[in-house]
Design a protein around this ligand. Structure first.
Ligand SMILES: Nc1ncnc2c1ncn2[C@@H]1O[C@H](COP(=O)(O)OP(=O)(O)OP(=O)(O)O)[C@@H](O)[C@H]1O
Length: 240
């Protein structure tokens, strides 16, 4: 049996009388790549913030490695649509977050090489492109070797070609590291291209779970399979 990494059991969240999520149940196994899709305002980012321990559920329980997430979750890292780099630090130190010891610097250099930015270690954020900044943000998120990487629309602000390259890079890092990834995206094709499982968030809960046998594949047959699945998921989201 595959080992459960993250468990979300009967989770709900409301702000005053506004119910954002209720009865959310899902689990993620070690090294899995999943996506959350659904209408804007449906509670996807709220769910990520609760997994990260940035917010507490108002009902139910979130566990990681069988331990309840009650506070800031040290085993996860999050990447956002904006890069959140520190403008006064060079790229290397944005990744080490100011740590100057040898092992931090060696690890940051290794990660910057993985994301293809070894030539930019001394540059400052304003000197590199939006796509490159997101690569730095990715390296920084990988720095503490998280068990789960939460990706909250990290590619949303990128042009189509840069976006595809970043998708490839994230998939490659996922394959190399075995870090579980949870992607929130508005782009259903992106979700289907990248993830093994797609959860549809609708009516304040997870209504469907799709398994995707075509993840990461580029041959014509698989692309057709991906398109079919994307259409199915889009229909599910749009259905009243
Ligand atoms: N701190 C808060 N206080 C009150 N309401 C909030 C708060 N945070 C989120 N909400 C509400 O919760 C709902 C869900 O927001 P959330 O950002 O999780 O949705 P989402 O599915 O990620 O949307 P999008 O796809 O547009 O990012 C929204 O109606 C939002 O206004």
């Amino acid at each position: 049996m595959t080992e459960q990494l993250l468990g979300i059991k009967n989770v709900g969240k409301h702000y005053a009388d506004h119910v954002v999520l209720q009865n959310v149940n899902l689990s993620i196994v070690k090294s899995e790549f999943v996506s959350l899709v659904g209408m804007s305002g449906g509670g996807k980012s709220t769910l990520l913030r609760m997994i990260a321990g940035l917010e507490k559920p108002t009902a139910g329980k979130i566990t990681q490695d069988s331990q309840e997430v009650t506070n800031l979750n040290p085993k996860v890292k999050m990447m956002f649509q904006d890069d959140r780099l520190l403008p006064w630090m060079d790229i290397l130190h944005n990744v080490t977050l100011g740590e100057n010891n040898d092992s931090a610097i060696q690890r940051a250099l290794f990660l910057l090489k993985q994301v293809g930015l070894e030539k930019y270690i001394s540059a400052y954020p304003k000197q590199i492109s939006g796509g490159q900044k997101q690569r730095v943000a990715l390296a920084r998120a990988l720095m503490p070797q998280p068990e789960i990487l939460l990706l909250d629309e990290p590619l949303g602000a990128l042009d189509a070609l840069t976006r595809m390259k970043m998708q490839d890079l994230i998939l490659q890092i996922w394959k190399n590291t075995g870090i579980a990834m949870v992607l929130v995206t508005h782009d259903i094709n992106e979700a289907v291209r990248m993830s093994q499982k797609i959860f549809v968030v609708k009516d304040a809960t997870v209504v469907q779970e799709y398994h995707n046998e075509f993840q990461g594949q580029m041959d014509e047959e698989s692309k057709k399979g991906q398109d079919n699945l994307s259409n199915q998921i889009t229909d599910e989201i749009m259905q009243e």
